[in-house]
Design a protein around this ligand. Structure first.
Ligand code: DAH
Length: 360
């Protein structure tokens, strides 16, 4: 084999072996570049006789053309392969189902949802929302609400006390939302129509009690507010909340230091089936405490009981949620078990409104 044929064979071999476009370019430069091996053969022509030059020149040119053709061919193949690989890597299977958005994956806790439902109902009746601190002083949680110092009603609340401060005062985790009644009456001018949702704390734990739970308080203060308005307000609320056309209510005398008279409210329900049905049946279920605001409480807030009267009520939000949505164990509310929230939770954009439906 002549040197020229050996050179051609070796270059064609390198071309075939080039695995990508950069390697192929290196082969091209090594062969056909200014200092390439084929160019070196052409440079030899200057030293040859005219006859030799003619035949050797033709031979080198043929080799150069075949190499150029082989380079072009290999380059096209490598380009196709690179494109194929890119297309394969970036392929999108348009038949796959859509990934659920983060909005679909999240869930609203039933306590938050039910609080929103309650706020929506009372907003429609002209109530605004008031709030107060979870860590309360004895004055707001008890004294101003007409719990006399040393009165056993303070014991009934299973209070969590904090360590005494520098002045010896022991703060408490509020045992009910009623202290915000005091805060509202002392800082705003009457008339008042507020609801007060929030966290409350008592040292108690079983299937229907947790150390932290949620209450919503209602307070109306106005000239001539009376018990008939209280009854109407509660019935309208219960019908809207349980989404039933009628709710039958029973008012029983009770005792709370901050109301006179004090009343416990039961609603008619049916416990004969697997789940409790509200508004029908032969059974009664206690649902809330209420009453007319005690004159001492009004006086403690600087209001003259001969001019201003009021009514108030308090109920457990968690308990209302359990009843409405059939959740049997209160403790599960606060276990942070993602399976529970996926089952009982609400979709983020299903905001409860009276027009759109509370729970639909
Ligand atoms: N604060 C009471 C409790 O936690 C509930 C309550 C009863 C609130 C009667 C009221 C009311 O506003 O009038 O047991």
């Amino acid at each position: 084999m002549s040197d020229l044929s050996a050179l051609e064979a070796s270059i064609l071999n390198d071309i075939a072996a080039a695995s990508d476009e950069a390697a192929l370019e290196a082969v091209r430069v090594a062969a056909l570049g200014k200092k390439g091996s084929v160019s070196a053969e052409l440079a030899k022509l200057g030293a040859m006789s005219p006859d030799e030059r003619k035949s050797y020149g033709a031979a080198v040119n043929t080799v150069r053309d075949r190499i150029a053709a082989a380079l072009a061919d290999r380059k096209a193949k490598l380009g196709d392969a690179a494109l194929d690989a890119k297309l394969a890597a970036e392929a999108a299977d348009v038949t796959l189902p859509l990934r659920p958005s983060a909005l679909e994956a999240g869930r609203i806790h039933p306590v938050s949802q039910v609080t929103e439902e309650i706020a929506a109902i009372f907003a429609d009746l002209g109530f605004s929302v008031a709030e107060g601190p979870d860590i309360e002083d004895d004055e707001h949680n008890f004294t101003a609400l007409n719990f006399p110092v040393g009165h056993p009603a303070r014991e009934m609340h299973d209070t969590f006390f904090l360590a005494p401060g520098a002045n010896g005062e022991r703060k408490v985790l509020r045992t009910h939302t009623s202290p915000v009644q005091i805060r509202t009456m002392r800082t705003k001018t009457p008339p008042h129509r507020v609801i007060i949702p929030g966290r409350t704390y008592r040292n108690d734990s079983d299937q229907t009690h947790t150390p932290m739970f949620h209450q919503v308080e209602g307070l109306v203060i106005d000239r001539g507010a009376h018990i008939g308005q209280l009854k109407w307000t509660l019935i309208e609320f219960l019908k809207a909340f349980f989404e039933v056309p009628e709710v039958e209510m029973r008012m029983r005398p009770s005792f709370f230091p901050f109301t006179e008279p004090s009343i416990e409210v039961d609603i008619r329900c049916d416990r004969s089936g697997p789940e409790i049905r509200i508004g029908e049946g032969k059974d009664w279920m206690e649902i809330l405490g209420c009453g007319m605001v005690h004159p001492n409480v009004l006086r403690n807030c600087g209001l003259d009981p001969d001019e201003w009267q009021g009514f108030a009520w308090g109920m457990g939000i968690d308990r209302l949620a359990m009843l409405k949505y059939g959740m049997p164990d209160l403790r599960a509310f606060f276990d942070a078990d993602v399976r529970w929230i996926e089952h009982y939770g609400f979709r983020p954009l299903d905001l409860p409104t009276l027009i759109g439906g509370l729970s639909s």
